[in-house]
Design a binder for this molecule. Structure first.
Ligand code: HEM
Ligand SMILES: *[C@@H]1O[C@H](CO)[C@@H](O)[C@H](O)[C@H]1NC(C)=O
Ligand SMILES: *[C@@H]1O[C@H](CO)[C@@H](O)[C@H](O)[C@H]1NC(C)=O
Ligand SMILES: *[C@@H]1O[C@H](CO)[C@@H](O)[C@H](O)[C@H]1NC(C)=O
Length: 314
């Protein structure tokens, strides 16, 4: 029982004084319905959409807080966040354009792009078989987006100490870090994000020893050297279209795609959480929801603008 007790101690509830689940009840009562319908129809026609929109929320909140800085386009004088280095799997920006266009018709200048990002992330989790939760709303949109700030995102080569540090800088704890990493139950990675684990890993080891050797062989076949296919890669878990706890089971089996995923099982600070989430999907869902709410609170702007077009400042 000790680990469970510890888990509760890590779950210090943090409410946000500015955000409110009923924020648009009077001003735009159909806001969430409009967003859901747009996200749902896009997900049906393009199966890549759910993973992309979930990752978008993470990137948005980790750079300058949840302010939709990820949606701003580059301008002649400024290279924006979306054009920064780790933008390989970013995409599906058109879904936000479509949702925003409908929202501007239904209730002009009311629903922020930052809230659309947060609501869409919840919707894709639910659509993929994961939990539903009430999203806190009332974020305002930022006016700055810089490509060079993506350097502050955690890298797939990070060890647990570095991952903890990166999340702690945003007010997110160890449990949040492990639960949110469960977002890798959806989606795909290009070879470049995990290739260093497959060959010439260290002076003494060719492949990363934390990796299941059979899985290493599978990945080597998917990512041959030289590689002509720039789209080559691997799904982040074996049920990549379903939001479930299979990601944690894969890590226990040594089949984590990124070093940062596998590391969670090889450090005592996080191993017990991986084991608990692998054993109990209901617990994972509860903790994922709580941590997504925390992620949605990172450095939110209380005063500011509601962009009319999510790609440009007003
Ligand atoms: C813990 C630190 C994290 C690291 C180091 C990390 C790193 C990465 C990398 C390198 C990719 C693949 C990019 C590519 O090569 O295409 C990726 C994909 C993805 N990440 Fe993470 N990530 C982290 C946390 C998160 C969080 C917190 C979420 C959401 C809750 C998330 C959701 C996703 C999703 C859904 C994809 C798949 C995207 C797609 O298929 O289009 N990640 N991540
Ligand atoms: C990623 O960044 C490059 C330039 O760094 C840019 O040409 C490309 O369009 C970006 N991809 C997306 C999906 O924004
Ligand atoms: C990014 O570039 C701006 C100037 O364009 C600079 O002020 C800022 O310190 C840089 N940030 C990082 C993280 O390098
Ligand atoms: C984690 O990585 C950092 C940077 O490479 C390194 O300084 C540190 O010693 C590593 N920590 C552990 C516990 O391996």
């Amino acid at each position: 029982m000790a680990p469970l007790l510890f888990l509760f101690l890590l779950m210090i509830p943090v409410s946000n004084a500015f955000l409110d689940v009923n924020y648009y009840d009077e001003t735009c009562p159909n806001a969430e319905k409009i967003i859901y319908e747009t996200v749902h129809s896009a997900s049906v026609s393009d199966p890549k959409v759910p993973a992309r929109l979930l990752r978008m929320f993470f990137h948005d909140c980790f750079i300058r807080g949840c302010d939709a800085s990820i949606l701003l386009d580059s301008t002649p004088g400024n290279q924006a966040e979306k054009d920064g280095p780790p933008n390989l799997s970013l995409g599906a920006f058109y879904v936000f354009d479509a949702a925003k266009e409908k929202l501007e018709k239904a209730c002009p200048r009311t629903v922020s792009c930052a809230d659309i990002v947060a609501i869409a992330a919840r919707d894709v989790v639910t659509i993929s078989g994961g939990p539903y939760w009430s999203v806190f709303k009332g974020r305002k949109d930022g006016t700055v987006s810089r490509a060079n700030e993506t350097i502050n995102l955690p890298a797939p080569s990070f060890n647990v100490t570095q991952l903890i540090q990166s999340f702690l800088q945003r007010g997110l704890g160890i449990k949040d870090m492990v639960a949110l990493s469960g977002g890798h139950t959806l989606g795909f990675s290009h070879c470049s994000s995990f290739e260093s684990r497959l060959r010439n890993f260290s002076p003494s080891q060719d492949t990363d020893p934390s990796m299941n050797p059979e899985f290493a062989e599978t990945l080597k076949k998917k990512c041959p050297k030289p590689n002509k296919d720039k789209n080559a890669g691997e799904f982040l878990d074996s049920t990549a279209a379903t939001f479930d706890n299979n990601y944690y089971k894969q890590i226990v089996a040594g089949n984590g795609v990124f070093g940062s995923d596998q590391a969670l099982y090889n450090d005592y600070k996080t191993k017990w959480l991986v084991e608990m989430f692998a054993d109990d999907q209901t617990l994972f869902f509860e903790e994922f929801v709580a941590s997504m709410v925390m992620l949605g609170n990172v450095d939110i702007i209380e005063e500011g603008e509601v962009r009319v077009n999510c790609r440009v400042v007003n």
